[in-house]
Design a protein around this ligand. Structure first.
Ligand code: PMP
Length: 417
């Protein structure tokens, strides 16, 4: 990454302070005994006040199940629930709200897609390509389904800068290739993957379904599904300031129509007889049982909040903060970065002569929350850094002071060496 030192920010701008003030975690900071410098945003982000308010309001005044009863409370809840689906489609620039399926998280979305494709699209002896950079949610799901259904999993390797190797990918593709599953941004390294180039490469191969895990991208990069033109894209709402227990699974209508339901139960049916069941239309076919209604409503409040706060402006600040952090880390001889280019949101590194778990324990004691180990991406970490790494991950509310304190603590680690 080329950095102009004059452009590096040295203080937190006021609009970021105002944004941060909207997160209850940062209120009454002095009362917090530990982990007040929160740099584990790739694991989960803090929830914003509007999302919390929406959850409270829903449970206090609007609570009813959706798409079932016809009393006013139930109709109100259903309308709100569907309005957020529309809002989400709009946020992602998807064509139709029925392309948005609610799941309980990115993991469930990965499973829904992979299980469905394994049943209707991939035959024994076919091939699926997965990248070495995948989170276990993607990697283990495809690995286990390949064993179960007897298809072959091909792992596409990474270049030196930890991006998916396009030359290797093109070498792997053949008429048996039925799907490719890859992340938009790696959770273990923070490296942005060349998604457009990958999608371009597979375009002539009409049988290949593209599945993108956007979990680490959605809070940092604007997503334009129509421009991307992938078949599936999924993420968890808790990675972008909403609550846990909600995932967004985008799928092209043609593919969602082709896939069988992932789970069976109430609401995903149109008609049930003693012998058989007619399934409901999209997206309800994939939403068996009572959904996480309050999380959906909170997600809607979050999207509105991010729009009002000029998300794009916050992203510019975030990129500058990342450049500052990288520049500082690069100057420290005790630090070895796993990747130093194409980064967004997170940077992964090792500390010379110190195990990552020891370093994270000491940093935790100093009040810095980050992640150490293999980051739910064991195949990748085993290949590039078997002893594990430390990952510091930022987002819009991270202040320059947070980063400066973290850097101070990194320097203090030398005392323990
Ligand atoms: N994919 C990636 C890239 C992730 O970072 C995560 C969460 N760490 C997941 C999938 C799984 O998300 P969840 O646990 O919310 O289902």
């Amino acid at each position: 990454m080329s950095i102009n030192p004059d452009s590096l920010i040295m203080y937190t701008p006021d609009f970021i302070k105002q944004f941060r003030a909207q997160f209850p975690f940062y209120q009454n900071q002095t009362d917090k005994p530990i982990s007040s410098v929160y740099l584990d945003n790739a694991a989960t982000t803090h929830i914003c006040q509007p999302a919390l308010d929406a959850i409270n309001h829903y449970y206090q005044f609007e609570h009813a199940n959706v798409h079932r009863s016809s009393h006013p409370l139930a109709i109100g809840a259903s309308n709100q629930f569907e309005a957020v689906r529309q809002q989400t489609a709009h946020w992602l620039n998807a064509i139709d709200k029925n392309e948005i399926v609610w799941t309980k998280g990115a993991t469930e979305a990965a499973n829904l897609i992979a299980h469905g494709l394994s049943k209707v699209h991939i035959k024994a002896g076919d091939e699926v390509i997965i990248s070495l950079a995948e989170h276990h949610a993607h990697f283990v799901t495809w690995q286990q389904l390949a064993k179960y259904y007897n298809f072959n999993l091909k792992v596409v390797s990474l270049t030196q800068d930890l991006q998916i190797d396009l030359a290797h990918l093109s070498h792997l593709i053949n008429p048996k290739t039925k799907a490719i599953a890859f992340c938009h941004v790696s959770n273990a390294t923070g490296v942005i993957q060349p998604v457009d180039a990958i999608l371009q490469l597979i375009k002539p191969h009409k049988q290949i379904v593209s599945i993108i895990d956007g979990s680490q991208a959605v809070n940092h990069i604007p997503i334009n599904i129509q421009a991307l033109n992938c078949d599936f894209y999924f993420f968890s709402a808790h990675k972008m300031h909403a609550g846990t227990g909600l995932g967004v699974c985008y799928g092209k209508q043609s593919w969602l129509n082709a896939l069988p339901p992932y789970q069976f139960g109430g609401e995903m049916v149109k008609h049930v007889s003693l012998d058989d069941t007619q399934f409901n239309q999209l997206p309800f076919k994939f939403e068996a049982g009572t959904p996480n209604i309050s999380a959906v409503i909170a997600f809607g409040a979050t999207l509105k909040f991010l729009t009002q706060f000029q998300w794009q402006k916050i992203k510019v600040y975030e990129n500058e903060l990342m450049a500052y952090l990288l520049n500082e880390l690069e100057q420290r001889k005790s630090i070895n970065l796993l990747a130093d280019d194409h980064l967004v949101g997170a940077v992964s590194f090792t500390v010379k002569d110190m195990h990552c778990k020891d370093a994270s324990d000491i940093l935790s004691q100093m009040g810095v929350a980050l992640r150490a180990g293999s980051h739910c991406a064991m195949p990748l970490i085993q290949a590039i850094c078997p002893q594990g790494s430390l990952r510091v991950s930022i987002c819009g509310y991270t202040s320059v002071e947070d980063i400066n304190y973290f850097l101070f603590c990194i320097d203090e680690l030398n005392e323990f060496l």
